[in-house]
Design a protein around this ligand. Sequence first.
Ligand SMILES: [Zn+2]
Length: 386
Amino acid sequence: MGKPTTNAPNLPNHLGRFHLWKQLQYIFSALGCFCRFPPIGTSSRPRDTIALAQPAWHHRAKQSNGAAMILTDTLVFAGSALDRAAHLRHDPVKMADLLANGGQVLPLWRGKPLIVGGTNLAWVPAGHPVLAHGTDPVFLGLDDGIARFATDISDWSPEAGAEAVEVGFFDSSAQFHPGLPDTHAFLELRGVMTQLTPRAAELVATAKAVLHWHRSHRFCAVCGAPSNPINAGWQRACGTCAAQHFPRTDPVVIMLVQRGNKLLLGRSPGWPEGMFSCLAGFVEPGETVEAAVRREVLEETNITVGDVRYVASQPWPFPASLMMGFIGDATSDDITIDPAELEAAIWVTREDMMDIMAGQHPTIRPARKGAIAYHLIAHWLADTAR
Ligand SMILES: [Zn+2]
């Protein structure tokens, strides 16, 4: 069985032993290689202000030659202590007042948030022309006193770019609204997520997930009649059978499986060329997260896993998952993939993994920076998650 899996610490407890170490900073010359899809647009933000969902920390990783290197790690969407002010959701008068008096609205178009300057969320006031096709706003919370809302404007038809949306692994198209300056565009969140502040990342992750839920749950799951959003978008009510429906999050386990000096990586069909990452899968009803880790690894690679330890979690609004990251100890070596799930699976040595993360491996590309797989691998290389 795995160790207790409390959600509170996103940093392993034993990482604290490193706090006395001198914090060196190693700047990868090929840092850009970590981000499979660089942000659209230009940014003058210095590297050390790139959005971190957790406070920045540095990892000490031992190279095979004994030299030390530091990994700068990020975990996007992992929270910013946003005041969600849930007690206000039930007060429509208060909601209307907040919206009309200083409220800020983030429009999303078919899952893509409005971005300004290529790197920041673009907020507009209630009544702005871009919201003309918007759904009822969802109340996200109070951000330093500012009421934040999100609206789905998917019914709007852009003049160009609509055909590229939601096709393939990554949508690189941009949609421009005639009611906005050309500095504003609807962009794929994956392309900008590592540029966002922790607060912006939490706001947009929440907005994207809840709005997707509304789009895909317009009818009552009990009787099939249309349902209506209530409680500032955090609930849907069926007017026919009175059933109540709540936004759902799908639990996913993602695991770094280790075996001595090597770890197990897999590749799904359709991924960008050369990209490998940790195995992952949905938790099934009736099983623990630890059991889900062992089952998924066995199903996909025929590798057996013994001890399983929780590391961190990450909301992953593509479209509505909660990624729960684990380290697992493999107890077998021979890989047999399930071709329905994986295109390939390989054991990667620590030395090769260092090259991969540095963007210097000839054939394998790393997990996307900001994703929890990257976080798990960085911890493993740093000896802080074993
Ligand atoms: Zn119903």
